[in-house]
Design a protein around this ligand. Sequence first.
Ligand code: KG4
Ligand code: ZN
Length: 383
Amino acid sequence: MIILGIETSCDETSVSIIKASSDRIEVLSNIVSSQIKLHSEWGGVVPNLAAREHLKNISPVLKRALTCSKKNIKDIDLISVTKGPGLMPALLIGTSFAKTISYIWEKPLIGIHHIEGHIYANFIDSKLSARSLTKKNTVTIYKGRGSRIKFPILCLVVSGGHTQLILMKDHLQYKIIGETQDDAAGEAFDKVARILGLGYPGGPAISAEAEKSNRQISDLPLRQDSGEASKIQISLPRPMINSGDFNFSFSGLKTAVLYKTKKMSLSQISNLKSQICREFQQAVIDVLICKTVNAAEKYNPETIILAGGVSANKELRKQMDSAIKDNLPHSKFKIPNSEFSLDNAAMIAAASYFRWKNMSEKQKKDSLKNWKTLQTEAGLKLS
Ligand code: KG4
Ligand code: ZN
């Protein structure tokens, strides 16, 4: 079946067309119009500005998604949209738009939980058969194929708003076995980046700075040249690493960075920036890996997957892969292609395929009326 997905929960306007069947999910187009440049001026996402941009972009993004997929309106069997969680003004643009086209085109409509979308990004084949940049780094087209994943799945969700360990015995069955007690991992990346003056979004900026520090460590002359800074060792806590449960806490880690930098001069901060980033990133990774391995040892999953924006972090991917190979040789590790780690509509369409398959004939028929009943919920819980 051909599914049109829509995602506007935060600062990416995205529309995707996928072709889904029981053995593969093919992405025919996945257009992402990013607002990062606009929000970076404010140091974070401004909800009303995001909504205004979504409103401006959503129609051209839809048109491009249809054109690139070489499909027509009549080919679309189902429309799906992120109904929450997220920023209310931003979500409302996507859901109102989806309701309008569902009503006018007379197509069924399903609302999808944003995190469910991130999880189902793993069900899109990561081998892209085509990729091209069509509009100054803001619009990207992808093509990919589907792949099989065995249950039970242990999923580590790490995004800007969520950090959760979720056990899935089957499709669409979620048991949250641990979650953050305060900040999400991505939120901590963003806040620490702000403390260090690295701008928004923090994750990619911290990861790039941390890489610089790795290079300096393996390059002795450079290290000697950095003078005083090279003598200082930055060490940060690994919060809740020995708590005995699968919960997380990242707000204290961010505060530890704040207190350390408060005692430093501006030039010291500047000299030590990459070392702080490296240690901060490693602290987050150590906790994420330790909790995931402990949970996997308890629940014996066939597959361990990563989901959410922080899963784009190269060090996390690499270190999680080797920790799983070393400690859990019977579990397979799966990560979405990094383009599908960040917010995109292909993941929403992919999740909706599994929702659709699980629906009775009556529920499928009723979803034609969702243009008037679908609710948008900023604090929607995964169920
Ligand atoms: O899933 P996502 O795109 O949006 C939400 O659902 O929240 O995740 C965004 C988060 C941001 O906090 C961003 O800083 C983080 O993912 N992120 C990263 C990386 N790329 C994005 N964090 C660490 N390393 C990265 N490479
Ligand atoms: Zn997201």
